[in-house]
Write a new protein. Structure first.
Length: 258
């Protein structure tokens, strides 16, 4: 009986020891082979190529183009600033010329042609004017005298004569009076900026720098302008420019001391 119990006990002890040894051997066997993670494939994505100095886009600086020379296209009128003059858009002819026996181009206008109003004390007489070389198809003429320096914001019209016959080549001195009967043919005088249909003499403000006075003769392609008798110089000027074939002009100056 005791022998049987001993055998059982020893069997139990040795059986547990064997299991433990097998467990340890199994653990040691696994530990001898270290764990390694499964290999992963490298991505074949295309890398973005960083720009290098040779790959940079070169931008050329803008090319500066010189403006065309328009000196000849905008020729001045005997020293006058044509941009300030209503005559600046009118065609000019080198053969068509205007002159005066009383006033030389770029000269000082004599006091006899000064106004007798607005505080001025001249004779308010119109000067002699003559012209030549007009286009062959001219049907009438107009004459204007304009001060671009007058402090009005729009200059000052001193004289506007229109419907001068095509064979006219001269205006005598002193013909610019009110209700003048000395003008050629059926010529008319428009209102000046003095408010009268006559010559209005020079009369710049005292102390001003001498003003420019632009004398112009316009060769027109019609015999008569379609304007009323009391038309303003602006209206007559519009119709003159709408029918101009060529112009000739000169500029003179006048100032008044304080």
């Amino acid at each position: 009986m005791y022998r049987t119990l001993l055998v059982v006990a020893l069997s139990s002890i040795f059986g547990l020891s064997y299991a433990a040894d097998n467990t340890a051997d199994s653990y040691d066997s696994g530990a001898s082979q270290p764990y390694s993670a499964p290999a992963t494939k490298k991505s074949k994505r295309n890398k973005v190529k960083q720009p290098t100095r040779s790959n940079k886009v070169k931008v050329a600086p803008p090319k500066v183009v010189d403006a065309p020379d328009t000196t000849d296209a905008a020729d001045s009128t005997d020293g006058a600033d044509v941009a300030d003059s209503p005559e600046f858009a009118a065609p000019k002819s080198s053969k068509f010329t205007l002159a005066s026996e009383d006033i030389a181009p770029n000269s000082t206008i004599p006091q006899i042609f000064e106004s007798d109003s607005f505080g001025c004390t001249g004779d308010n007489s119109s000067p002699e004017l003559h012209w030549s070389g007009a286009p062959a198809d001219t049907k009438s003429f107009a004459v204007t005298v304009y001060d671009p320096d007058a402090p009005s914001g729009s200059g000052w019209w001193h004289w506007v004569v229109y419907d001068l016959p095509a064979d006219t080549d001269r205006l005598d001195p002193g013909v610019g009076t009110l209700n003048s009967s000395s003008l050629p043919g059926n010529a008319m005088q428009a209102l000046s900026d003095f408010g009268v249909q006559a010559w209005g003499g020079t009369c710049p403000p005292q102390g001003d720098k001498p003003h420019r006075y632009i004398f112009t003769v316009h060769a027109l392609n019609i015999e008569q302008l379609d304007v009323p008798n009391n038309a303003t110089p602006a209206m007559v000027g519009y119709m003159i420019h709408a029918n101009t074939l060529a112009t000739a002009s000169f500029t003179a100056r006048y100032g008044r001391r304080k």
